[in-house]
Design a protein. Structure first.
Length: 133
């Protein structure tokens, strides 16, 4: 009887030590979440009719209500649309899915966030840069 009590105490103590020292509630690895700007594929998957182009690695989109309400003044020309891509979701800088080749890209004097103006067929269009973070 004395031996079995001692054995039960030792087993209980061993179990408490094992359970108390386990690390199941604190994972040893940490996940790193990398944020990145959306690409053309992501935007066109969400909205196949989106009017977009890529400039300096950022996708710009027009037709965003709050951007359309802004009063913007064109500043210096930054570039132009160099290719049209309305059949694929892979984009390089200068590619657009609806703008014609040769449409001119301008910065804005207001510098209100990632905004660009595009002059196309006598019309000035407002585009917002879709950036993460």
């Amino acid at each position: 009887m004395k031996f079995s009590r001692w054995l039960v105490c030792m087993i209980s103590l061993a179990m408490l030590t094992v359970v108390g020292c386990s690390n199941t509630s604190h994972p040893t690895t940490t996940e790193v979440h990398e944020t990145k700007n959306p690409d053309a594929e992501e935007i066109l998957t969400l909205d196949p009719e989106a009017d977009i182009f890529q400039f300096d690695g950022v996708i710009y989109q027009t037709g965003i209500d709050w951007v359309e309400e802004l009063t913007l003044t064109k500043d210096e020309q930054l570039g132009e649309i160099t290719a049209r891509n309305d059949t694929d979701t892979y984009f390089d800088d200068g590619m657009a899915n609806k703008l014609p080749v040769g449409a001119k890209i301008f910065s804005t004097k207001e510098k209100e966030g990632p905004l660009l103006l595009v002059e196309s067929e006598g019309e000035m269009l407002k585009y917002y840069g879709l950036v993460e973070g």
